[in-house]
Design a protein around this ligand. Structure first.
Ligand SMILES: C=Cc1c(C(=O)O)[nH]c(=O)[nH]c1=O
Length: 310
């Protein structure tokens, strides 16, 4: 069975890749993901200028997942954009993702204009869901701001662009969010970012320093929420807008469920942080075994075909 896929017309030889934030801060990390069984990579979300991020400890692996309040540390847009421009000349047959967001709407436009004016030929993932910059609410929880921002972006941005979304927990919010995204030539939505502002306690103390221990939750804790968001948007969005599924992927079974719920690409975060890039080959083999057992040759044979109980 083949686990190849396509997003916005770009072919990928595998439907698995890293989630932004994990194994993607430096060129060395990105090269390692690129040279693994992963079909692509996405960079750490880039801001205009480099950022140190929040004080450590700011990321912890825990038994059922992870908690982080990194605070958007990154090397700055130029670092990632220049690497991607060089890479697309070295490997023109492959496509990669650039994740970005500004610290303000104006900065977001400045960044996107730089990408627009560059020769970047890959996919852009606008992160509307960082939960860990103190004082900055997650953009995508503010529907008015999100619609205004996207309207401004698509007035000048013509390269393929998708959005990284926080999890929603209310059916009406799925309706309202999908109605906004359906207004724009968005190529994909990536559901979900970490579940914001969880609290992990060890004995009597928090596990991370920033925000008195509050941080985004990933891993096994979040798969039901991730699958629900993947499927809710799959049900509601214009079919021209594809879904990237992120959250709770430990095994081929989890990847299968994301695709069954409608995902065209599946991202791995916490598991990649814990296991390293060998996770991609393992999860791929597990997914192929499930497909073989069920007689599915391609992802198309089961994508979005979640059965209801009638
Ligand atoms: C880009 C900031 C993010 C961060 C962060 O850098 O704190 N952590 C997340 O779990 N999701 C994010 O989107």
């Amino acid at each position: 069975p083949s686990t190849q896929t396509q997003i916005a017309g770009f072919q990928f030889n595998n439907c698995l890749m890293n989630a932004a934030g994990v194994a993607c801060m430096t060129i060395a990390e990105l090269e390692e993901v690129k040279n693994s069984a992963a079909g692509s990579f996405v960079t750490k979300t880039a801001t205009l200028e480099p950022r140190a991020g929040n004080p450590e400890p700011r990321y912890r692996d825990v038994p059922l997942g992870s908690i982080n309040s990194m605070g958007l540390p990154n090397q700055g847009l130029a670092y990632y954009l220049n690497y991607l421009l060089d890479l697309q000349n070295r490997e023109p047959e492959r496509t990669f993702f650039l994740s970005l967001v500004g610290m303000s709407p104006d900065e977001t436009h400045t960044i996107l204009r730089q990408v627009q004016e560059s020769g970047f030929t890959g996919l852009t993932e606008l992160n509307l869901s960082c939960p860990n910059v103190p004082g900055k609410p997650q953009i995508a929880y503010d529907f008015e701001t999100t619609e205004k921002l996207l309207g401004e972006v698509f007035a000048y941005f013509s390269k393929p662009l998708g959005v990284k979304l926080p999890p929603y927990f209310d059916i009406v919010h799925f309706d309202q969010a999908a109605a906004i995204f359906n207004k724009f030539p968005i190529k994909f939505v990536n559901c979900v970012n970490s579940i914001g502002n969880g609290l992990y306690v060890e004995d009597e103390t928090v596990a991370i320093r920033p925000k008195n221990g509050f941080g985004g939750i990933g891993g096994e804790y979040i798969k039901p929420t991730a699958l629900a968001n993947v499927h809710a948007f799959y049900q509601r969005l214009n079919p021209a807008i594809q879904i990237i599924g992120t959250g709770g992927v430990l095994t081929g079974r989890d990847a299968f469920e994301h695709i069954l719920c409608g995902a065209s690409m599946v991202q791995v975060g916490t598991t990649l942080h814990k296991e390293g890039v060998s996770a991609f080959a393992r999860i791929t083999e597990e997914l192929q075994a499930i497909m073989a057992e069920k007689g599915y040759e391609t992802l198309e044979d089961f994508r979005g075909k979640l059965k209801y109980l009638g």
